[in-house]
Design a protein around this ligand. Structure first.
Ligand code: IPE
Ligand code: IPE
Ligand code: MG
Length: 253
């Protein structure tokens, strides 16, 4: 049986209350743009689907590695609202892989104390997948070792539009609209802002990921493709974070 990861309290923190980049500090919330599965596979003469399979297999190891380093929230970008525009067989593979990952990995993640969340729009996903996602959220809801949020059918712009629609539907008057209120309507309600955004495979862009929440996130990009992103790469990303000086617009005291 898998060893449970250590448990600590799970309080809500805003970006300013979280780690401020003191030398050697550990980010509370790391969000990863898991990119490069296709290039990784193509370079080895494999199919893009093989790359996605290898990428999916990497999730457990990386969740464990971040949790062991004391990261309390890990958010993984697995499928964007724009990824629907890929060829239909690739989209199908990605949906099958998330279903497979839920079947294969959830029990062991649960035993490790991982709380699973989903961010994104559930509606367009197959009903059976929606049901499996709901079940694994329910199963793991009391776990406290690390919160793993899977961004599947996630888009930052869609998230903001959904929030505006819900605020309007609730009849909230404009004088009650504040940053705090808007946060409560985002998919990420209850999660602190990401301290560190990691992107694998070398691109220097957000690709519609956490565009509201990343206002003051530190950014770390590596050339390594997601299937090759291992424990040593986790250590490098955290080490880089520990050298950053975060100011949140203020001057140093
Ligand atoms: C990331 O790998 C997985 C998803 C975006 C779903 P890619 O499939 O984007 O891989 P590259 O960028 O083509 O190499
Ligand atoms: C971002 O990667 C989305 C995910 C990792 C799920 P993409 O490969 O879709 O991003 P672009 O197209 O390079 O911007
Ligand atoms: Mg890509």
């Amino acid at each position: 049986m898998t060893q449970p990861l250590s448990e600590t309290s799970d309080s809500y923190r805003t970006a300013e209350e979280s780690t401020e980049g003191h030398p050697g500090s550990i980010p509370v919330h790391v969000a990863v743009i898991m990119d490069g599965n296709g290039r990784w596979a193509t370079r080895q003469g494999m199919s893009r689907s093989d790359g996605h399979r290898a990428g999916t297999d990497n999730i457990r190891r990386i969740t464990r590695a971040f949790a062991e380093r004391g990261v309390k929230y890990l958010t993984l970008y697995a499928f964007s609202t724009e990824n629907w525009h890929r060829p239909s067989d690739e989209v199908q593979t990605l949906i099958e892989l998330i279903e497979y990952a839920i079947l294969k990995e959830v029990q062991s993640l649960h035993e490790q104390g991982v709380r699973i969340k989903h961010i994104g729009r559930l509606e367009r996903l197959p009903r059976s997948l929606q049901e499996s996602i709901r079940k694994c959220i329910e199963l793991t809801k009391d776990n406290t070792a690390i919160t793993l949020s899977v961004a599947f059918n996630y888009g930052g712009r869609t998230e903001i539009i959904d929030a505006i629609k819900a605020i309007t539907a609730d009849g909230i008057p404009s004088d009650r609209i504040s940053e705090e209120l808007v946060r409560g309507y985002l998919y990420t309600d209850g999660l602190p802002d990401p301290d560190l955004i990691v992107r694998t495979a070398g691109e220097m862009r957000l690709s519609n990921f956490l565009i509201f929440q990343s206002a003051y996130s530190e950014y770390y990009a590596t050339q390594v493709c997601w299937p090759d992103f291992d424990e040593a790469e986790v250590a490098k990303a955290i080490e880089a974070y520990g050298t950053r000086k975060r100011r949140f617009g203020k001057v140093e005291e």
